[in-house]
Ligand binder design. Structure first.
Ligand code: SF4
Length: 346
C-alpha cells in the first residue's frame, strides 16, 4: 500500500548506502540514487536510468518520492512570478521569483501559514498548519531555478527566506534545506547568496551565531520602540527589543557579518522623528543596512504606506548616522506576490 511507503528523500546519503547493503547490493548504489534525488531532482524511480529495472522496481516497492507540484504559476507585469505550490498532503504554499537586471531571487516559504501574528501580513491570517520539510523548501528553489533558466536564460542567483512562515520557528529543517542547496550534491550555491529573514527570535539568532552559519541574516524590525512594535508584531511582548538587540550583538560578535533590517514605514504608526531616532539607536552597535520596503496594502486597509516626505526623512537621518539605507520598490503587486501579501489567494 502506497501509504506505508517511506519518503526516500527523508534518508541521508549514509542511510541510503546502508539500505542498499541491507538489500544485498553495493553501498555505492546509494550514492547514485542520492545524486538522482538531489542533483538531478528526479521525480520518479523509473527515470533513474543508470539503475537496473530490478533495482528501480525494488525502490518503487519500498519508497515514494514526495515531490512538490507547482499547481499554478502567475506572471506579473514586472516579470515577477508567483508559484502556488502543492505539497504531498494537498496543502499549498507560495514562492516567488523576483527578477532584476542582474539577478534572479527566489523568495521561499518555510511554513504552511505562520506561527506569528504580524498585523500587517496576509500570511498571519492563515495560522500555522505545519512546518515544511527540508525537501519541500529545496523543491521550491529548484522550481524557481528552472523558471529562471526558462524565462530569463540564467540560473537563480539569490535566495531569501521571506515567504510564508517564520524560518527560525522551523530552524532545523531550514538549515537542512540550506545544507542541500549549498552542497555540491545539491545546487552548489554559495551561502553568501542566501538570506534568512526573521522577525526576531533571540534564542535562535544566538544558536545560529554559535553554529557559525555562513548565510546572511535579515531582521524584520519595523519599529525600534517596544510599544509600537508590540502593537504591530504582538510576539514582541515575549521577545522584546532588548533581548533581540542582545542576540544581534552576540551574532555580530561571533560572525562579524553586517545585519540587514527590513523596515516598512506606515502612516501614523512609525513615521515620526522619534521613530527614526529610535531606529538609529537600535542598530548603531554594528555595521547595518536598512531596507525600507514599500508597503502593499492587504484587504482591510488598516495600514497605509507613509508619505514620501516621511520616507525621505528616514533616509536622510539614517545616512547622516552612517547607516546604509536602500528604499525598495515592491515587486509583483498585481499578482499579490509582494512582501506581506502571500496568502494562498490565487
Ligand atoms: S511577517 Fe513573516 S513572521 Fe510575521 S506573520 Fe507574516 S510570515 Fe509570519
Amino acid at each position: 500500500m502506497e501509504k506505508t511507503k517511506k519518503d526516500i528523500r527523508a534518508l541521508t546519503k549514509e542511510q541510503l548506502r546502508d539500505f542498499f547493503v541491507s538489500m544485498g547490493d553495493k553501498a555505492f548504489r546509494g550514492n547514485q540514487v542520492y545524486e538522482w534525488l538531489w542533483q538531478k531532482s528526479a521525480h520518479s524511480f523509473e527515470g533513474m536510468t543508470n539503475l537496473s529495472k530490478k533495482t528501480r522496481e525494488m525502490l518503487e516497492g519500498h519508497f515514494v518520492i514526495n515531490h512538490i507540484k507547482v499547481d499554478q504559476m502567475q506572471r506579473s507585469n514586472d516579470g515577477t512570478i508567483k508559484n502556488a505550490v502543492r505539497l504531498h498532503d494537498g496543502l499549498i504554499v507560495e514562492s516567488v521569483l523576483i527578477p532584476t537586471e542582474t539577478r534572479t531571487t527566489a523568495c521561499v516559504s518555510s511554513q504552511v501559514g505562520c506561527s506569528l501574528d504580524c498585523k500587517f501580513c496576509a500570511t498571519s491570517r492563515l495560522k500555522r498548519m505545519r512546518n515544511l520539510n527540508p525537501d519541500e523548501i529545496y523543491d521550491q528553489v529548484v522550481a524557481i531555478d528552472n523558471e529562471s533558466r526558462l524565462y530569463f536564460e540564467r540560473p537563480l542567483s539569490n535566495i531569501v527566506f521571506m515567504g510564508m512562515g517564520e524560518p527560525l520557528m522551523n530552524y532545523n529543517n531550514v538549515l537542512k534545506s540550506i545544507e542541500k542547496i549549498t552542497s555540491k550534491e545539491g545546487l552548489g550555491m554559495s551561502p553568501k547568496r542566501i538570506t534568512v529573514s526573521t522577525s526576531g527570535v533571540p534564542k535562535m539568532i544566538k544558536k545560529m551565531a554559535d553554529e557559525q552559519v555562513k548565510f546572511n541574516l535579515a531582521v524584520s524590525l519595523h519599529s525600534a520602540i517596544d510599544e509600537v512594535r508590540t502593537s504591530i508584531m504582538p510576539f514582541n511582548e515575549h521577545f522584546p527589543l532588548k533581548d533581540l538587540r542582545d542576540a544581534l550583538q552576540y551574532w555580530y560578535a561571533k560572525t562579524k557579518n553586517r545585519i540587514t533590517y527590513e523596515y516598512v514605514v506606515w502612516n501614523g504608526i512609525n513615521d515620526t522623528q522619534q521613530d527614526v531616532d529610535a531606529l538609529v539607536r537600535f542598530c548603531r552597535f554594528a555595521p547595518s543596512k536598512v531596507n525600507i520596503i514599500e508597503y502593499n496594502p492587504i484587504d482591510d486597509g488598516e495600514f497605509q504606506q507613509a508619505t514620501s516626505k516621511a520616507i525621505a526623512m528616514y533616509q536622510q537621518v539614517l545616512e547622516a548616522n552612517g547607516i546604509t539605507v536602500t528604499v525598495r520598490r515592491s515587486r509583483g503587486k498585481d499578482i499579490d506576490a509582494a512582501c506581506g501579501q502571500l496568502a494562498n489567494k490565487s
